[in-house]
Design a protein around this ligand. Structure first.
Ligand SMILES: [Zn+2]
Length: 323
């Protein structure tokens, strides 16, 4: 089949560049949150500093205790300031969407739709005459409805992330006050959590990286699935999905072993509906026109992919099943 898109195993969902930009955007916001909380909360704390074991221990630089004389309204105000800063920065509106990150996932969706459109157009004359270019796909009401599903999912993820940032940040400040730790300790903990990417704390940055990768991948794959479904519903085109894995050292066996195999939409949807399968997934699927036996026309591409998969299995020390 002339023009069948060669599967890109280096970046199956073509999202690496966008993922990098989105992650940088997350990091920039996390740094801004940290700076503002340091400034408006931590720097405002004025505890009394006392030595635990009297003056002598104090002079010997033994452990100190910090007494925070804060009343209930003051404590509530700290919590509210934290929430306000995080909400304003992490839930900031975008130009077109309720949240800035939705623009990234909407673009990923559009790229997936364009990829599905061009793949189907080279495989089917019926499809290419009905949808000759990506614009003919983008302005359909179905497309608008489908992109709304993806962007609302993104919004939910961002709300959850912001909520977790608020909870953990409040906990750090709460522990500081309750345990009589120094403001400097609080500053370090906050930086460790919000900004640093190394160390043993549960990092906001690593959560952000997971969100960026997961949501962009889900958006891209959803577009491919949606477009192949629409092609089959509106034109009766019989397609399956050719699985493309990145075949990396970190690729899960259950994802890598699907490389070069054909699945129905139901099978793919079912796979991803299981908990955690879409998290950090870099796989994608190419809508592939099949014959009446469910076999692909692009046999050469598939046998090449099977060889890639065998090499990956060997390099990972995975034994191939007989048959
Ligand atoms: Zn995967």
């Amino acid at each position: 089949m002339a023009g069948f898109p060669a599967p890109n195993i280096l970046d199956p969902t073509q999202q690496k560049g966008r993922e990098k930009r989105a992650y940088a955007d997350f990091r920039r916001r996390l740094r801004a949150i940290n700076a503002e909380i340091q400034d408006k909360v931590v720097a405002q704390l004025q505890p009394r500093e006392i030595a635990v074991n009297g003056l002598r221990a104090y002079l010997l630089n033994a452990e100190k205790v910090y007494i925070y004389e804060l009343d209930y309204p003051q404590l509530r105000r700290i919590d509210e300031t934290i929430a306000e800063i995080i909400q304003r920065i992490m839930m900031q509106r975008g130009e077109q969407y309720d949240n800035w990150f939705q623009a990234y996932t909407a673009e990923a969706y559009q790229q997936g739709a364009a990829y599905a459109q061009s793949s189907l157009a080279v495989q089917s004359a019926v499809y290419s005459s009905a949808y000759s270019n990506i614009e003919s796909v983008l302005f359909t009401p179905e497309y608008q409805r489908r992109i709304a599903v993806v962007t609302s999912r993104t919004f939910n993820s961002m709300e959850k992330f912001s909520g977790d940032l608020i909870t953990t940040t409040r906990q750090i400040l709460g522990d500081t006050i309750a345990q009589g730790k120094s403001p400097r300790w609080a500053a370090q903990q906050l930086k460790g959590y919000l900004v640093d990417t190394e160390g043993d704390q549960k990092k906001a940055a690593s959560r952000a990286a997971t969100i960026a990768r997961t949501e962009l991948g889900v958006s891209y794959r959803s577009a491919v699935m949606d477009e192949s479904q629409r092609a089959s519903e509106s034109l009766g085109l019989v397609t399956k999905l050719l699985w493309v894995s990145a075949l990396m050292a970190t690729t899960r066996k259950t994802h890598g072993e699907k490389h070069g195999r054909l699945f129905t939409r139901a099978e793919v949807t079912d796979f991803y509906s299981k908990r955690g399968e879409s998290v950090n997934c870099r796989c994608s699927q190419v809508p592939t026109v099949v014959d009446e036996n469910g076999e692909a026309f692009v046999k050469k591409v598939i046998s090449k992919m099977e060889a890639q998969e065998s090499r990956w299995m060997q390099s990972q020390g995975i034994k191939e099943k007989a048959a």
